[in-house]
Design a protein around this ligand. Sequence first.
Ligand code: URA
Length: 434
Amino acid sequence: MNAVELIKKKRDGKAFSTDEISFLINHYTTGHIPDYQFSALLMAILLKGMTVSETAALTNSMLISGKIINLSSLKGNKVDKHSTGGVGDKTSLIIAPIVASAGIYVPMISGRGLGHTGGTLDKLESIPGFRTDLSLSESKKVLKKCGSVLIGQTKEIAPADKLIYSLRDVTATVESIPLITASIMSKKLAEGIDGLVLDIKTGSGAFMKSQKDSIRLTNSLIQTAKSFNKKVIAFITDMNQPLGNYIGNWLEVYESIRVLNGKIKNDLYALAIKLAGAMIYLGKKAKSLQEGECIAKQKIESGEAFKKFLEIVNLQGGNVNYIINPEKYPRSRFVKKVHSVKNGFIYEMNTYQIGMVSLELGAGRRTKDDVIDHKAGIILYKKIGDDVKNGDIICELRSDSNSKITLAEQMIIESLKFSKTKPSIPKLIKKVIK
Ligand code: URA
């Protein structure tokens, strides 16, 4: 086998054998295939695609490039959720404690924000002291003690993905369904889970803008999960407006606390209940999705989910005083309320642009090395379908930089479109696929 012949094979639209895929991944990760050849290979995969069995073989080669966490000593089911990410998507912070308090292990490996989307790790790190860099043995201890642990991808987890993802990022090969599938699934399978709930976002703030592409990705992820004998349920959900009303790292922790405390029951609450319900069902603590949702609601009503969140924060080194008294958290130097200059119903929110406003305020990263301001972000007072009068407050912007606020105000006004008649509100759950 040699790299040139294999690049030619994919260029000509032929399928690789399992051994060929294993050769390519092993030789790339050990430095025997250079970046320029692997880039050509990635482009050929993007253009010609991969079969279901090639995608599964690619996933497996990337998975075994690192460690698979062995959780067999923990008795009980282990279930996780993966979201393709969006703006204001903080469901992991709510779901992990709900599901753990229902007696299911939730080992969660999450990512950081980049560009217009936020990342669970950055949100958690806005809690002073919270450590997302636990070693695998520390993580296992936390998981055993409280039923959930929320960490970042360690060097030991799917190192091939880390290398390949960096190359895809600079070779315009991110948008390939088999490459995305193998990247996501290699990391999720390394967690040692029995089941996985997928939240595939679709719309202006999503990675996949069209529902057609979201369904293609979902089917690919489901087929791959099933080929590893994992139970899986996927939800295709709306990202044509931000999820919830708070965007920005600490602001999103704050909104999650309010949901966990039973204080708000908005779209964020509704989606968290759906996803947590599905995880409880996959974890065999409910006989149906509906029963799973009822249990998830009870865990919030009883206060058990909030108590579990405090336990997780405490075990991962976070200062629980800020979770108990979130109003004590430091505020941004500048807070600006944005008023509407129009009358009408909001019918469109450019969610990508709203994510970029949050980044502009200091809450996000343009490049992987940017430092983020945990306090910065947006509080939305209005969403799609709301009747807005001239002068009404649309949102609040928070930043330590006044010049950033001025630019952000202009951007947020431009991201909204108004109509004279009440528009239909985008359906939150577009499709459920098992
Ligand atoms: N998220 C991942 O982890 N990998 C991809 O390729 C895309 C999104």
